[in-house]
Write a protein that binds this ligand. Structure first.
Ligand code: GLY
Length: 355
């Protein structure tokens, strides 16, 4: 008998689809949804958020606040607690919190019993417009953010705009970073909306916030639909502002929030695009004018965080380059290009020295 030397296994990816439900009092809806679908709901949240929620008389784990819980050690601790409480494949984790909770719980769901369901209820503006959509889950290691993780999409996302009214002003303002990013990479009309509704946004006018968040979510969802696992290139555009932003966040040992770091990253990466003549002076100045009006301190470290920036396998830094407000350079469908240290430092100096 001869044995063939190759064996091909073909797996058609199952279509991924899940709803983003916009509304109020969504925690009870999430539990009801899980139970209707024969899941055992299991809430994971933080103490501060639990205090804002109606009392939940169900299985739950309440964690401390902060980026430090997004770790391998905490993942293991929660897994042990789930095992101890007899949770099996029928469990549906309900993650209620900001990006830290959503990323951590999503990653636990990705590997627990080889993958279980989870529902995301983002409580911050930044998590509503970013972490809740797209299934990127993971934890940090000392050297880098999100280094260990998996793609694992939630079963449903519940977005309650009223939670935005509970956010401290600093968190709310820095949380605009992902919406600003979405407008800059894909939607000039959204940028115009942000400019023209600036005061209402800062005052958290409910109708304006609703419109802004849903438009931002729509942009992210559209990009995810076209490139769910970041294999085709388009999803990389979501990294605009993040190459430098992540480095600053890590360098600050997380004293800069993700949103604050990304706002600075957006400014510097826009300056680099301007320096390289991809972005007009008028567009660059419009972006700077918007950022400068935000009531958030944009404090830069003394030196450019070159060593902290993530690199590809060849050791190069890959950047998304803006070509205008609402567009990025396609670079043959790669959507990123390599930039030299000099390019980066020139862009950095333009912002730090002149703006
Ligand atoms: N936060 C970027 C992404 O979801 O791809």
């Amino acid at each position: 008998m001869t044995v063939k030397e190759t064996l091909t296994v073909t797996i058609q990816p199952p279509p991924i689809h899940y709803d983003l439900v916009f509304g109020e009092n969504l925690l009870s809806q999430a539990f009801a949804y899980a139970k209707t679908h024969n899941f055992r709901p299991f809430l994971i949240t933080t103490q501060a958020i639990q205090d804002l929620l109606p009392h939940v008389n169900e299985d739950k784990i309440v964690l401390p606040q902060g980026e430090s819980i997004k770790s391998r050690a905490m993942k293991e601790k929660i897994e042990d607690a789930l095992i101890e409480r007899g949770c099996g494949r029928e469990t549906c984790l309900i993650a209620v919190g900001g990006g830290v909770i959503l990323d951590l719980v999503g990653f636990i769901a990705a590997t627990y019993c080889r993958g279980i369901s989870y529902i995301s209820i983002p409580t911050t503006l930044i998590a509503m417009t970013d972490a809740a959509i797209g299934g990127k889950t993971g934890v940090n290691v000392e050297e880098a953010k999100n280094w260990i993780g998996a793609f694992h999409h939630p079963r449903k996302v519940f977005i309650d705009f009223t939670l935005i009214t509970t956010l401290p002003q600093k968190e709310f303002v820095s949380g605009l970073s992902e919406t600003l990013k979405h407008s800059l990479i894909a939607d000039p009309d959204l940028f115009h909306f942000l400019e023209t509704h600036f005061e209402e946004i800062l005052a958290r006018d409910p109708l304006v916030i609703k419109e802004m968040v849903s438009r931002s979510c729509r942009i992210k969802a559209k990009i995810i639909e076209q490139d769910p696992f970041e294999t085709r290139g388009l999803r990389r555009t979501l990294n605009f502002g993040h190459t430098i932003g992540h480095a600053l966040e890590t360098l600050s040992n997380y004293s800069l929030s993700h949103g604050e770091a990304v706002l600075i990253g957006i400014k510097i990466e826009a300056a680099i695009a301007h320096r390289l003549d991809y972005l007009s002076t008028a567009s660059f100045e419009r972006i700077c004018a918007f950022l400068d009006k935000l009531p958030v301190s944009m404090e830069f470290p003394d030196h450019f965080p070159y060593e902290m920036m993530s690199r590809d396998k060849k050791g190069a830094h890959r950047f998304v380059v803006l070509t205008g407000i609402g567009s990025v350079a396609p670079f043959d469908g790669e959507y990123v290009t390599h930039l030299t240290k000099e390019n980066l430092i020139e862009g950095w100096n333009d912002v730090v020295c002149h703006y």
